[in-house]
Write a protein that binds this ligand. Sequence first.
Ligand code: COA
Length: 387
Amino acid sequence: MREVAVIGAGITAFGELWDTSFRDMCAEAGVKALEDANVVGEQIDAMFVGSMSAGRFIGQEHVGALVADYVGLGGDLHVPATRVEAACASGGLAFRQAVAAVASGMSDIVVAAGVEKMTDVADATDVLAGAADREWESFAGATFPGLYAMIACDYMNKYGLTREQLAQVAVKNHYHGARNPYAQFRSEITQSTVLKSTLVASPLRLFDCSPVSDGAAAVIVCPLERAKEFTDTPIKVLASAQAGDTIALHDRPDFSTMGATVAAGNSAFKQAKLERKAVNFVEVHDCFTIAELCAIEDLGFVQKGTAGKFTEEGQTQIGGKLPVNTSGGLKSCGHPVGATGIKQVWEAVQQLRGEAGKRQVDGAEIGMTQNVGGTGATVVSHIFGRV
Ligand code: COA
């Protein structure tokens, strides 16, 4: 297997982009990534596009071909483009397919993109519910806020997590998002903002939830040995891991532990031959505040049941022991579901290049991402390092 590097990254603003179409978002992120990598279309061997539900969100299928066409890789160049779907982990999985294509030697220069346009439909909650078990969960009335609320109840009951500690995850992510010019919500909030916000699914309130968003992101990968042909600051992919679990939450032995995150994290650290303490920052899937706490525990950064206290102490904020979600996470940066996994890679690239501006983690050498599909039936995790 060949070693792989990220040589370019591009992103659109995340938010309610009423005046930007699905294809225009892809073109913007794709062109930015190509320019960043100093690569032209003729050099691209393949493309993978993560999108959860373009069919239901905008009535468009066949989005691999659509995106390739509109970024100029279709018509004359005939670049093979493949859509990848794993619910909210579609972007992370598209990136993993790109890494695999390069590592195997099948392709040399590959685009991994992620996109979703969610704000044009009235029934986003029902579309998202398709990521759970439709027959046994969604038909019974379980929405995604509802499923993660059950996780939060179980966790609070087992470990004594306080409502204030949970709120602090959102406060910290809005603090980071206020420093990210591409974030959907760029305002700082207080615990009181969270605690007084509308109840969505007890105990989760509006500010515990990621929003419904539009956005796209793209990155370019190539063999590490060729990376310096394109950029002085390639970012090495140290590990690429994926794990699965039951699709339905009720089939899990423990709601508060995401088994696929544990498995993917263990695999990633084994591949990278690193200890947890080597990681300088992590982008995790905080679709709801409780998910961030479970993620940093299940990845092995802190003991089970202690992530709330760790967050309350400020250890997950920039300047703390383990900055978590410096992009603002899904909560503040936004969550256009298919784009999120690629956005996480984009943020890792900004941090490791030292180009994250006001949200830069000093001396960042190693970063990790964790992207979740559904309530954890798919988890994709990557570790990145400076070259
Ligand atoms: N955090 C903070 N503010 C939010 C928000 C969020 N998650 N979602 C919406 N808002 C704000 C809007 O900006 C708007 O503010 P304004 O009145 O000042 O313009 C206001 O709240 C109402 O927005 P609206 O779009 O009507 O909200 P909604 O009630 O339809 O939806 C949620 C709110 C929480 C139900 C929705 O964002 C949601 O379903 N989130 C979860 C998405 C999800 O499940 N993703 C997959 C995870 S696995």
